[in-house]
Design a protein around this ligand. Structure first.
Ligand code: ATP
Ligand code: MG
Length: 374
């Protein structure tokens, strides 16, 4: 299908620049261009555009957008602006826009935007899941990587991982990735990014996408908390499920991620020490949230025997329902790593894979259940 574009841009120089970019973009045709949006509304219909690029840097944008949506019901509208804002982005989408591009965009970004909404992938209704652990070596990265794949496999939805374990994140090692772009570059560029261009900082791997962590612990300073928050807000419009790996313990990153999440999982590995007390102490802190009961869920790893009975006993011990238990899977995880696969692929029927699939099913049902309520 040819994409017939109508360009509406208030700034004359930008109108020229964008027209030039559109003319050099394959598979699209610039059929009309206007500096004045009222003229576009009055005259544009004869050109039968099926895509409208609409300048969002004007004060009455929501009213204008609604008018364009009414006059051109068959056209997909892409808002364009100098900067992406989470707050206005959702207003644009509610008023009928398909997505947002930062000006001036490149041909590649324009094509990516068009293909993302023509395949139905725009503005995901997302669940953000943060995996918090009181201490390190909780099995959290193993859990996130396998769980993300299981969710994608079962639901066919868009699943992303952000490795925000800023100093020692090892999601890239885990998936054997050598990323060109990481959370550091994304944080550096976040002011100039929109969900469409942020997509290229994520690395596609298997059936999911990963925004890798810093390459060097000293780079932690390059990712400020406001930049990280902006990245999470933007990413949640790109994925149906966004899983965030954070540094162990309470620190600015883990707190920011937890606060932005729909669910925070407290992950701890049973090693015969004080792990359950750590979970209890972390829970005490999360209990200051009024809605902690629905937003904070413990998952215990290396649970043997990994049975419903154990789960019940563990729930009683900590005095809070345990959401999931993962068996001792040391051999499983190392055999999978040796074969260059995730445990879920290496042995789909292992106790570990079954437990991960069960958790994935719960997460998917939870999201769909809530969707049905709307
Ligand atoms: N369910 C499990 N049973 C036994 N060993 C496990 C399990 N899950 C992970 N491991 C092993 O424990 C170690 C730590 O796992 P992982 O890196 O996933 O934990 P983490 O909490 O992300 O650690 P870090 O604090 O270093 O980020 C790895 O050697 C891994 O193979
Ligand atoms: Mg880790």
């Amino acid at each position: 299908m040819t994409h017939n574009i109508m360009l509406v841009e208030g700034n004359r120089l930008m109108l020229e620049q964008l027209s030039n970019i559109i003319s050099h973009t394959p598979e699209v045709k610039l059929v009309a261009r206007y500096q004045d949006s009222n003229e576009a509304l009055g005259q544009g219909i004869v050109f039968m555009p099926n895509i409208i690029l609409l300048d969002a840097d004007n004060q009455n944008i929501i009213h204008t957008l609604t008018e364009f949506h009414r006059v051109f019901p068959q056209a997909d509208i892409i808002c364009t602006g100098e900067k992406w804002h989470a707050e206005s982005s959702s207003l644009y989408v509610n008023a009928g826009a398909k997505c947002f591009l930062v000006k001036p965009f490149s041909s590649e970004e324009l094509m990516e935007a068009i293909s993302s909404f023509s395949t139905g992938g725009s503005e995901a209704d997302s669940k953000v899941l943060t995996f918090f652990s009181p201490k390190g070596k909780s099995g959290k990265t193993t859990l996130i990587a396998n769980l993300a794949m299981a969710i994608a496999q079962r639901s066919g939805a868009a699943v992303g991982i952000i490795d925000a374990d800023l100093q020692f994140g090892d999601m890239a090692l885990f998936f054997n990735l050598k990323p060109q772009s990481t959370i550091v570059e994304a944080a550096r560029d976040h002011d100039f990014l929109s969900p469409v261009s942020l997509g290229s900082y994520f690395i596609p791997v298997k059936n999911i996408s990963v925004l890798c962590g810093t390459k060097d612990p000293s780079l932690i300073d390059k990712v400020s908390i406001p930049a990280f928050e902006a990245l999470v807000k933007m990413s949640r419009t790109m994925f149906n499920y966004l899983l965030i790996d954070v540094p162990a313990g309470f620190n600015p990153t883990s707190i920011a991620a937890a606060e932005m999440s729909d669910v925070t999982y407290i992950v701890a590995m049973l090693n015969g020490g004080y792990e359950l007390q750590h979970v209890q102490r972390a829970l005490e802190i999360f209990k200051t949230w009024p809605d902690y009961k629905s937003r904070v869920k413990p998952i215990l790893t290396r649970v043997e025997p990994c049975t419903i009975n154990s789960q019940q006993q563990l729930s009683e011990t900590i005095g809070y329902p345990v959401e999931g238990i993962i068996p001792n899977a040391y051999l499983d995880t190392s055999a999978a790593a040796d074969s260059g696969q995730m445990s879920l692929e290496h042995n789909p029927n292992s106790p570990l894979s079954r437990r991960i699939n069960y958790l994935a099913k719960k997460i998917i049902m939870n999201r769909q259940g809530e969707d049905d309520d709307f």
